[in-house]
Design a protein around this ligand. Structure first.
Ligand code: NAP
Length: 247
């Protein structure tokens, strides 16, 4: 059983399913009190919180659309009231739709930038004044940024912005002993990647890395756990590609 009372506090955005849920599980088992943030999947978020509590961790589910600054402020309020000040922020929430630039709707452009970029910006701005010194921030980029595949122009543009935030914000937090890094996963077995792809397309992506498989959410959760944990204290302002060697 974790020492719930003295646990450090971690917010994981988009933790109701996919990679975020695996991160919440891993950080809870590493001893963190965990905020399971979600936008729509309340059933999944509640079930995950129940699972983490049954294992002795402190956990709460907080509904907040990360693209909405007021929601994000309220998420930090709820976290401070129920668990304490934030030590770790994982900006995992994100969306992907692959579409050629010429066919991209205004609505998708706005939504992708709202969630992937503004969502990360909103939590970083809050973290700047509300995070404990010595904390850890892990943002989410993507290996697609290195692959430059057709259909990924808007998504990659959002992740390029996230990488820029990572490099600059790490420097702006000078003196606080807070690290800011990003993880850039390769193709991984979650609905974000799998939805809308044929079995043939999935197999194509699975064969790309020399390790010859798709990433699993747990592969990425362990990288986040490293960056959020004691051993990564000297890693700052970096983008860590976790992709089986695809790029
Ligand atoms: P996923 O399975 O689609 O899960 C996305 C999560 O984000 C869900 O929990 C969803 O919660 C949440 N979310 C979506 N919009 C939100 C919003 N506005 N506010 C708060 N939460 C929101 O995606 P995933 O594959 O785990 O991806 C996680 C991260 O890894 C993303 O940043 C993605 O870009 C990145 N990534 C993934 C892959 C991959 O192949 N899977 C590769 C590279 C990078 P609700 O259901 O409640 O909306």
């Amino acid at each position: 059983m974790n020492n719930v009372k003295n646990a450090q506090v971690a917010i994981v955005t988009g933790a109701s399913r996919g990679i975020g849920a695996a991160i919440a599980r891993r950080l809870a088992s590493d001893g963190f009190a965990v905020v399971v943030n979600y936008a729509a999947s309340s059933k999944e978020a509640d079930a995950l919180v129940a699972e983490l509590k049954a294992e002795g961790a402190a956990a709460i589910a907080v509904k907040a659309d990360v693209s909405n600054a007021d929601d994000v402020r309220r998420m930090f309020d709820a976290t401070e009231q129920q668990l304490g000040r934030v030590d770790v922020l994982v900006n995992n929430a994100g969306i992907l739709k692959t579409v050629p630039l010429a066919d991209t709707s205004d609505a998708y452009f706005a939504q992708a930038f709202d969630i992937n970029v503004r969502g990360t910006f909103n939590t970083l701005r809050e973290a700047a004044t509300r995070m404990n010194d010595g904390g850890r921030i892990v943002n989410f980029s993507s290996t697609t940024l290195a692959l430059n595949m057709p259909g990924y122009s808007v998504y990659n543009a959002t992740k390029a912005a996230v990488e820029s935030f990572t490099h600059v914000f790490a420097k702006e937090l000078r003196g606080r002993n807070i690290t800011v890094n990003a993880v850039a996963p390769g193709p991984g077995a979650t609905s974000l990647f799998l939805d809308g792809k044929t079995e043939e397309q999935i197999q194509h992506f699975a064969k790309l890395p020399p390790l010859q498989r798709l990433g699993q959410p747990e592969d990425i959760a362990s990288v986040v756990a490293f960056l959020a944990g004691r051993d990564a204290g000297w890693v700052n302002g970096q983008v860590l590609r976790a992709n089986g060697g695809v790029a």
